[in-house]
Design a protein around this ligand. Structure first.
Ligand SMILES: Nc1ncnc2c1ncn2[C@@H]1O[C@H](COP(=O)(O)OP(=O)(O)OP(=O)(O)O)[C@@H](O)[C@H]1O
Length: 248
């Protein structure tokens, strides 16, 4: 594997729940510096893939490396090199934003933890939330703190699971701008999403999963060139994922 140029590389990565195969043997390479959009119907296996790549689950088979760290043999280094924003952010409700972020920064053993927490809050425009307790936050506010938590240790690869879910249009735009700024700083972004419009605007490459199988993977330029219209991505999606799954 070319771990120097690849942010994510999998070979035959598989996950079975008993008799059910949630992820068919997956071969996927994502270059460093990409914004990768991972599409697929509900239950296709997107979250399963992220949970495998972030070491939250053990694969049933295959190999993978993330940020140059082998999933099987270098898990601690891998965890240090990644950030993860799950769909449902887990924070300590009784603590304030600043307290939560300082706690997670300390867990990550960041040397300049206090300064870094202030820097991240400023970067994300959430300094006004610093002294407020998480318990009082809306979903969008929690999500911004969750993103701060996910990047506080300066990860190389950031995984996001449906980050736009539940956000209002302004929240979607702000998230897009933040992800683009992080990407401009060199961070690779791996994003599960159902929002085709966001993929078309932000992503450099896309993958489509159907029933645990990767049925498409290419650059956004190729998608646009092949389908040649602003609805290119929707056309592509509908062509590789059967109708009944789109409606699911
Ligand atoms: N603990 C589990 N035991 C058995 N099956 C599971 C378990 N967790 C997930 N699955 C199944 O694995 C498949 C993939 O689920 P996954 O959550 O990865 O899908 P997804 O693509 O992220 O879906 P969505 O878009 O709805 O979030 C689904 O069929 C799901 O029902």
């Amino acid at each position: 594997m070319q771990t120097d140029t690849l942010a994510v590389s999998t070979r035959g990565l598989t996950l079975r729940y008993g008799d059910f195969t949630a992820l068919q043997p997956l071969d996927l390479d994502i270059g460093r510096g990409e914004i990768f959009g991972f599409l697929g119907h509900n239950g296709a296996g997107k979250t399963t893939t992220i949970r495998l790549l972030t070491t939250l689950m053990e694969p049933s088979g295959g190999t993978a490396s993330v940020a140059g760290c082998d999933l099987a043999h270098n898990r601690i280094a891998l965890r240090r090199a990644i950030g993860y924003l799950p769909e449902n952010v887990r924070l300590y409700d009784t603590l304030t934003t600043r307290e939560n972020l300082r706690f997670f920064a300390a867990l990550s053993r960041i040397e300049d933890a206090r300064d870094r927490v202030e820097e991240v809050m400023e970067f994300l425009g959430i300094t006004d939330l610093a002294d407020r307790r998480i318990a009082t936050f809306s979903k969008g506010m929690r999500q911004r703190v969750g993103l701060a938590q996910a990047i506080v240790h300066r990860p190389q690869v950031l995984f996001l699971d449906e980050p736009t879910s539940g956000l209002d249009p302004m929240g979607v735009r702000q998230l897009r701008e933040v992800l683009e700024r992080l990407n401009a700083q060199g961070m690779t972004i791996f994003m599960n999403t159902h929002l085709l419009s966001e993929v078309a605007r932000s992503c450099s490459s896309i993958g489509v999963l159907s029933h645990g199988q990767l049925v498409f993977h290419d650059t956004i330029e190729t998608v646009n060139a092949r389908y040649g219209s602003e609805e290119a991505l929707e056309e592509l999606y509908l062509s590789v994922v059967p109708d009944r799954e789109v409606a699911a």
